[in-house]
Design a protein around this ligand. Structure first.
Ligand code: SF4
Length: 310
C-alpha cells in the first residue's frame, strides 16, 4: 500500500505532498459533509498505524524526489491524529527533509496533552471547527461517544497557548445549519478566544454524505467573512481556474487521487496543474477502460476510481 500521494496543487498549501496516516474511514467524527464517505470506524482510540512503512516510504521518496513540494501534508481518509505514531512520523520527516510539515486535523484530540506534544514540531496545523453549540456540533459532526464540544474547544485553546507554529482554523459553513445569526455571533466569540493565525471558510462544494448539508453561495460566504473579520478568507472553490504547472499526470496518480475522494475534471486539472482538456481526455479514456466512473452531483460530474478488474 502506498501512503504518499501527489504532490497536488492545494488551495491552502500550494504544492503539497500528501501522506495518508489512517485507513479509510477511521475518524472521531462522522460529519454530514464528509467527502470521503460515512465513517465506518468511529472512535477516540489512538493506535499506531503502519508507522514504519510510512517513514520508509517517505525516506525512499526523498532519495530521488520526482517533484518539488511546498509542504508535506499529514492527512488521511479520516482523522490523522488517531495514528499514535504521528509524532514519530513528524520527527522522521524533519530528519529527512527541510520541507515544512502541515497537519490537516479535525482538532478533536487536542484535548490530550500527548497529541499536542506530538504536533509541536509541525510547521502548520490546520484544525477545523464547525460549530460552537453542542446541538449544532452533534448535528454536523456526529462525534464519537464521549466526545463533547467543550473538550474540542478546550483542546484548541490549550494547543494555541502551547504551539509555536502556524494554526489555520477551517470552518465549514452549511446553509441553514451553522449560518444563523446566533451561531455566527457565538463562532466569532470562540474564534477570538482561540486566536488562530488564519481563519479559512469553506462550504459544501463537493459531494457530501447527507444531501441536506448544502453549500452557501459566494455572496453569502463573503458576507460571513466580512462579519467574522480577523482576516477570514474563503477557501471554497466556486470556480476553479486551471493553473499551468509542471506536475505530470499519469494514470496511476489520477486513479490514486480519485480513490481518496471524488473530484471533477476541473479539480483534477487544478490539482495536477494541467490544462483541463488534457485531463478530460485522460478521464474519458480511463472511464472507457472502466478504471473510473462519473456521477452527477449538483449538476457537476464527479469522478471516482473503480477497483481494477483483472
Ligand atoms: S473530520 Fe474530516 S474525515 Fe472525519 S468525518 Fe469529518 S470531514 Fe470526514
Amino acid at each position: 500500500m502506498t501512503h504518499l500521494f501527489g504532490p497536488v496543487n492545494s488551495r491552502r498549501l500550494g504544492l503539497s505532498l500528501g501522506v495518508d496516516l489512517i485507513p479509510p474511514k477511521t475518524c472521531t467524527f462522522d460529519c454530514i459533509y464528509c467527502e470521503v464517505g460515512r465513517t465506518t470506524h468511529l472512535t477516540l482510540e489512538r493506535r499506531p498505524f503502519a508507522v514504519e512503512a510510512i517513514i520508509r516510504e517517505i525516506r525512499e521518496y526523498f532519495q530521488n524526489p520526482p517533484a518539488t513540494s511546498d509542504y508535506i501534508t499529514l492527512a488521511g481518509s479520516g482523522e490523522p491524529t488517531l495514528n499514535a505514531g504521528i509524532g514519530e512520523i513528524i520527527t522522521a520527516v524533519k530528519d529527512i527533509t527541510t520541507i515544512p510539515v502541515a497537519v490537516l486535523t479535525n482538532g478533536t484530540l487536542l484535548y490530550q496533552s500527548e497529541v499536542r506534544q506530538e504536533l509541536a514540531c509541525a510547521d502548520v496545523v490546520l484544525p477545523s471547527l464547525d460549530a460552537v453549540s453542542e446541538e449544532t456540533f452533534r448535528r454536523i459532526n456526529r462525534p464519537a461517544p464521549g466526545l463533547t464540544l467543550e473538550m474540542v474547544l478546550a483542546g484548541l485553546k490549550a494547543f494555541r497557548k502551547e504551539y509555536r507554529g502556524q494554526m489555520w482554523l477551517e470552518v465549514m459553513l452549511l446553509k441553514g445549519i451553522n449560518d444563523t445569526d446566533a451561531e455566527l455571533a457565538a463562532l466569532k466569540r470562540e474564534i477570538a478566544a482561540i486566536a488562530p493565525d488564519k481563519v479559512q471558510l469553506n462550504t459544501a462544494v463537493r459531494p457530501v454524505v447527507e444531501n441536506y448539508a448544502r453549500a452557501l453561495n459566494r455572496r453569502e460566504m463573503e458576507a460571513i467573512a466580512a462579519y467574522l473579520g480577523q482576516g477570514a478568507e474563503i477557501i471554497a472553490s466556486f470556480d476553479r481556474p486551471h493553473r499551468a504547472a509542471a506536475a505530470a499526470a499519469k494514470d496511476r496518480v489520477v486513479i490514486d487521487m480519485l480513490s481518496r475522494r471524488p473530484m471533477t475534471a476541473r479539480d483534477l486539472a487544478e490539482a495536477l496543474g494541467l490544462p483541463l482538456p488534457q485531463v478530460q481526455k485522460r478521464l474519458h479514456r480511463l472511464q472507457a477502460a472502466g478504471r473510473v466512473s462519473r456521477n452527477l452531483y449538483e449538476h457537476q460530474g464527479f469522478y471516482r476510481s473503480e477497483p481494477k478488474a483483472e
